[in-house]
Design a protein around this ligand. Structure first.
Ligand code: SER
Length: 880
């Protein structure tokens, strides 16, 4: 059975048990502050478990793109070294939202594995939760009984600890006991020696967990306690790649047809054979694994960057480049070439990659180039440090290794590797200490303490009425306190609200919650999955009293002008630049709109003018908003609605249209009733944000008018300064040319002056004990000229010259001391000590080289004393 068939059979099996097949959610999580990436199939259903939202179907099934590279579930460092851990993997799952429970889930799991996939029963082991004292939970005897009946005995049932058999999504959130199914893939003679049961949950590469059936019954709160959920749910997850390994009779996930196309491609390009050398094998596995995480994260909208999710992707990519560079000898970007292989392979399951192949390749290639440059620079730095290592007993101290890592982005393991090759060691403990210190610093800076929800009235889902109303009577449902370093805020959930929570680039509303007793300001509104959270600095005085929830209407009006203008801009970009333009990010607030989109070259001034004018035509046409809610997604797509990659759309969507032949978008934001309200759009900048991604910023309405007026005012000021009214560019050019000519003339004049000055100096020689002293106060206009004068004089008088110059440059005193080489070498004179001594006169200090040194100071009045002081100093020195 090939992997496509295996995936399909899973979905078909659960569809036959009345499950609704849903698409995978994006791998990048947008509205859940507890998660950066989807790390389990159940993430997208979290709200159904918690009761924040009603599930549209009681049973669903899917294959979900998951990434376990941060937070509670993190496998990154294992990847490549073993045969069954991955960054990105597919999780096949079936779910019951308050519908069936253990009694159905477990027999179905068994039926699918043993009858549909024909896995040998005698190689399967199951585990059930063995209870936990701390949480006060008993062992799962119900699951035990069900398994005993299915298996016809207890032999292959194990009781597991909380670590293995109690599944939690993160530090908080839905959780419950689980029952795992493990398979023994070893050869019969190995099985005969140690029974599989003894190897379950022992990190054995061939006795592995393939399926986890979780019985979600609890919510873990921030204080660590468990509360029972209103209903019981099933959440199962089967590792697709491991399942393929088991069904296809392989010993490694990488030997299945999921990975082989990538593995063979890398091996061929690197000119090595997979399976012949441990080191290159690991590297090939790292690349074949990592490219999947990188490519799909980018396709879902997460560009590599320097913070949060973007940084995680950057780190995975860099890990891959390091292995490619070090073990496979790829010194030029290579990973991006793997994208087409992957995109073709998964085109039917996850078409988002194929659809954006060129863009994803471009982003990866640029990242690779940048990191390869970092590697090269790091190598040079390491070479340059050679001398100090030797001085330091062939040891790179922790601070230097950390600086290479932290400031220059040079990987620590590579530092260690190179050091080893050169016969140096690295102070690992010192490095770790620096690392720890930095982590503590950033943890202290970022620490927030989030309390648990305090329920005030019945816990109902919030009704959002912000598309139609700006104020409403509401009740406080629950609140929690969040303590950050310098402030405490409250997060409030209401039963109904007009407040739009930040999402889709549109900022959250601000406003007030008023009652007879108090008026609380809402600073911002955010989303956590489907919860709408009002952020305030205070709580209402009477928590139970009815509130008037009222948004800042004026601000909202400005925001929605920018949001609607963003839609018009998106359509115009596609019209002028082409249909490859896809939204890659946006920000819409009361001041401006910012729109990031995929496009490979700079947008020219002419194109920008066209884009702006198309948008403004649609503004002037005063097109009425056509807003459709609850449109089935298939219908919306038929309307030609632009859907965004990486966005999670439900079965029903909201469609925003401004002229059905111009702009049709799936969007949850708020909009102007008529494009005329936008007034005008003015693009203020076009720039590059990342490889293949451009950014346009624009103003609308009053801000656009102010901007245009400011520009015109500047123009008026220029006209006035120039004294011309038309043809400003020609007038400025004329001025610039004149200015350049004058500057050149001045330079020539100054150079001539310098020669005169030098000749004058040469007439001022005083002989002191065989030294020709010239000490004068001179007039020059720059430090460069002072230096030139000193060097020219030395050329004219190469032997025995001690030249001491004092000058006022840019209203500051300056000194220069120049000595002939013979004075330095034979008579041990030193310009540095001379200049330092003389600098006391001008209240300053200086330095330089033994033959030429300079000083600056604060006291201009001290300059006149320099010639006399210099003569005295020299006499005193030469007498000794
Ligand atoms: N949530 C469980 C897991 O990720 C089962 O889907 O293992």
């Amino acid at each position: 059975m090939n992997s496509s068939e295996i995936r399909q059979k899973f979905l078909d099996f659960f569809a036959s048990k009345n499950h609704h097949v849903v698409p995978s959610a994006p791998i990048v999580v947008k509205d859940d502050p507890t998660l950066m990436f989807t790390n389990a199939g159940m993430n997208q259903f979290k709200d159904y478990f918690l009761g924040n939202k009603q599930a549209p179907w009681p049973r669903v099934t899917d294959t979900q793109k998951c990434l376990r590279v941060s937070g509670k579930h993190n496998d990154l460092e294992e990847v490549g070294y073993d045969t069954y851990h991955h960054t990105m993997f597919e999780m096949l799952g079936n779910w019951s939202f308050g519908d069936y429970f253990k009694k159905d889930a477990l027999p179905w799991a068994w039926e699918l594995l043993t009858e549909v996939y024909s896995l040998p029963k005698e190689r399967l082991y199951v585990s059930v939760f063995g209870g936990d004292e701390k949480d006060g939970l008993p062992e799962d005897s119900e699951a035990f009984k069900i398994w005993k009946k299915i298996l016809g005995g207890e032999d292959r049932i194990l009781f597991g600890s909380k670590k293995d058999n109690f599944w939690e999504m993160g530090d908080t959130g839905p959780c419950g006991p689980s029952s795992e199914i493990h398979i023994d893939l070893r050869r019969p003679e190995e099985v005969a020696q140690i029974p599989g049961k003894a190897l379950v949950n022992n990190d054995h590469p061939q006795v592995v967990e393939i399926w986890n059936n979780v019985f979600i019954e609890f919510n873990r709160l921030a204080d660590g306690s468990l509360v029972k959920l209103p209903a019981q749910h099933v959440d199962t997850g089967m590792g697709f790649e491991r399942l393929c390994m088991a069904i296809q009779g392989k010993q490694s996930n990488y030997d299945t047809d999921v990975f082989q196309p990538l593995i063979q491609f890398v091996a061929e390009q690197a000119d090595v054979i997979y399976g012949e050398n441990e080191k290159t094998d690991i590297a090939i596995r790292v690349l074949s694994d990592h490219i999947r995480a990188i490519a799909f994260a980018i396709a879902d909208g997460q560009l590599p960057s320097n913070n949060k999710a973007g940084y995680v992707i950057r780190r995975i990519l860099r890990r891959a480049v390091r292995y490619a560079f070090t073990f496979l000898n790829f010194k030029k970007p290579f990973l991006y070439q793997m994208v087409p292989v992957l995109a073709d392979q998964l085109a039917n399951v996850f078409p988002e990659l194929k659809a954006q192949q060129a863009f994803v390749q471009r982003v990866i290639e640029e990242e690779e180039l940048a990191f390869l440059r970092t590697l090269e620079n790091g190598l040079k730095r390491l070479d340059a440090l050679n001398e100090s290592f030797v001085a330091n007993q062939n040891r790179i101290d922790g601070k230097t290794a950390f600086e290479l890592y932290d400031t220059f982005g040079f990987p620590a393991d590579l530092t260690a590797l190179i050091a080893k090759e050169k016969g140096f060691t690295v102070d690992e403990a010192g490095f770790e200490a620096e690392m720890l210190a930095q982590k503590t610093r950033s943890r202290n800076a970022a620490q927030t303490e989030q309390g648990d929800w305090v329920l005030v009235s019945e816990d109902v889902p919030t009704e959002f009425i912000g598309y139609d109303a700006v104020s409403t009577e509401a009740r406080l449902v629950k609140y929690r306190q969040v303590k950050a370093k310098n402030k405490t805020e409250y997060q409030l959930v209401l039963d109904r609200t007009p407040f739009y929570a930040e999402s889709g680039g549109q900022v959250g509303d601000s406003g007030f919650l008023e009652s007879d007793l108090s008026k609380v300001k809402v600073l911002d509104t955010k989303k956590e999955n489907d919860l709408i959270i009002h952020i305030t600095t205070d709580l209402p005085l009477n928590l139970e009293a009815p509130l008037l929830a009222r948004i800042d209407e004026e601000r909202r009006r400005l925001i929605q002008k920018n949001h609607s203008a963003t839609h018009l801009l998106h359509a115009a970009l596609r019209e002028v630049l082409g249909s490859h333009v896809a939204q890659k990010g946006s920000l819409v607030n009361e001041k401006l709109l910012r729109f990031d989109f995929s496009h490979f070259t700079k947008v020219t001034d002419d194109q920008l003018r066209d884009i702006e004018s198309i948008v403004n035509q649609h503004v002037r046409q005063s097109i009425a908003l056509d807003e459709k809610r609850n449109v089935p997604i298939a219908e919306a797509k038929q309307l030609g609605a632009t859907a965004l990659f990486g966005e999670k759309y439900g079965e029903f969507v909201r469609v925003i249209t401004f002229d059905k032949d111009y702009s049709v978008e799936l969007c949850g934001g708020t909009h102007v009733p008529n494009t005329g309200e936008i007034g005008i759009l003015k693009i203020i900048s076009e720039s590059s944000v990342a490889a293949g991604v451009r950014r346009i910023e624009a103003y609308t309405a009053g801000y656009a008018q102010d901007y245009i007026n400011q520009q015109l005012a500047q123009l008026d000021a220029v006209k006035e300064a120039l004294g011309v009214q038309t043809n400003l560019a020609a007038a400025i050019e004329k001025l610039t040319t004149e200015n350049n000519t004058l500057r050149k003339q001045l330079e020539q004049f100054e150079l001539k002056q310098l020669t005169v000055l030098k000749d004058f100096l040469l007439t001022k020689v005083q002989e002191i004990n065989g030294v020709k002293l010239i000490a004068e106060k001179v007039e020059v206009s720059s430090a460069d000229y002072l230096k030139k004068l000193a060097f020219d004089s030395r050329n004219a008088l190469p032997e025995n010259l001690c030249l001491i110059l004092a000058a006022e440059i840019d209203h500051k005193p300056q000194l220069a001391v120049m000595l002939s080489d013979n004075l330095v070498s034979d008579r041990k004179m030193n310009a540095i000590s001379l200049v330092k001594e003389l600098a006391k006169e001008i209240k300053g200090g200086g330095g330089g080289q033994p033959f030429y040194a300079t000083a600056g100071g604060k006291d201009i009045a001290g300059l006149s004393a320099i010639p006399v002081k210099a003569a005295e100093l020299l006499k005193a020195q030469l007498q000794n």
